[in-house]
Design a binder for this molecule. Sequence first.
Ligand SMILES: [Zn+2]
Ligand SMILES: [Zn+2]
Length: 348
Amino acid sequence: MKMKHKIICKACFAYGEKDIRVEQRELEYSEDDVLVKVEAGGICGSDIHYYQHGRAGMSVLKHPMVVGHEFVGVIEKAPQGSGLDVGQHVAINPSQPCNQCTWCLEGKQNLCSTMRFMGSAQYNPHVNGGFSEYVVVSVEQCIPYTGVTPQVMAFAEPTAVAIHAVNIAGTLVGKKVLVIGAGPIGCLIMAAARCAGASEIIAADVSNRCLDLSKEMGASGVFNPAEEGSSKSYEANNGYFDVVFEVSGSPAAIQSTVTLTRPAGTIVQVGMGATTVEYPVMPMLVKEIRWVGSFRFINEFATAVAWLEDGRIDPLPLLSAEFKPENIEDALISAADKTRSSKVQITF
Ligand SMILES: [Zn+2]
Ligand SMILES: [Zn+2]
């Protein structure tokens, strides 16, 4: 019989549309669990959607849930012999695949049919997230790191998403790459594509603020699709780019990818939002373009921690503001305002 321990702490619960509350919660943990005191967490699009609409894509809030899946902390308690030590700084991998289903056994844990992803309402009961003074996680979820601040390492999860998208694309060595949508994920894809050897990285976004950030994050050139004729040179000769990452999720952007991609090129769909779009099937077919989805990440999480730790990727230009957990609602509103915010973090 395993001893159960309890701890009471504050956390940010999403109740439904425009209803987020900071409340006490009781956490239970055993000798096999890791208790982590959370230091910082980044607000992601899905957190904003739970607040704005009570749902994020196909995941609908059915009961109150602690939000946040991009977070880091310090170990408060760890199982004996786990290799983790009290006081160690850790990035927390929010995904908990079953490791038993067909997809898990094929090494595609991100497609696990019973994935328990922290801060996600994908399955019912939902899995509580990391915007909480303390969290209880497994040993496998903890990746120790040193040498960078919690603010930097709180980018581990979106960086893992970016590296996964790069892996889905295949080798980028010497390739011409376009990233459409220069939010945090788009910018991290630019940084990761640079690390992966892309020769040219162009960013497209309707926000000039985001285009400026792109240049800091690794883009060699930018264009604003809202400006007439801005992409013309890339459409010439049947398309310019070997690989296009579509990160905006905007129907118009998704449609434009086919003209911008060269024959036999690859389009990686990362942006969510649009469920049904008009798609130029014939041009795609005759150009033999590969259109492939990219969802979350697998073991890229550990790679992300390593790349942030050694400074290969510096995410800090993307950090727009920091809030206390008590002000979670202001933080969500600020994060949703794309005219001024890229990544907003909660600091505990
Ligand atoms: Zn995220
Ligand atoms: Zn599974």
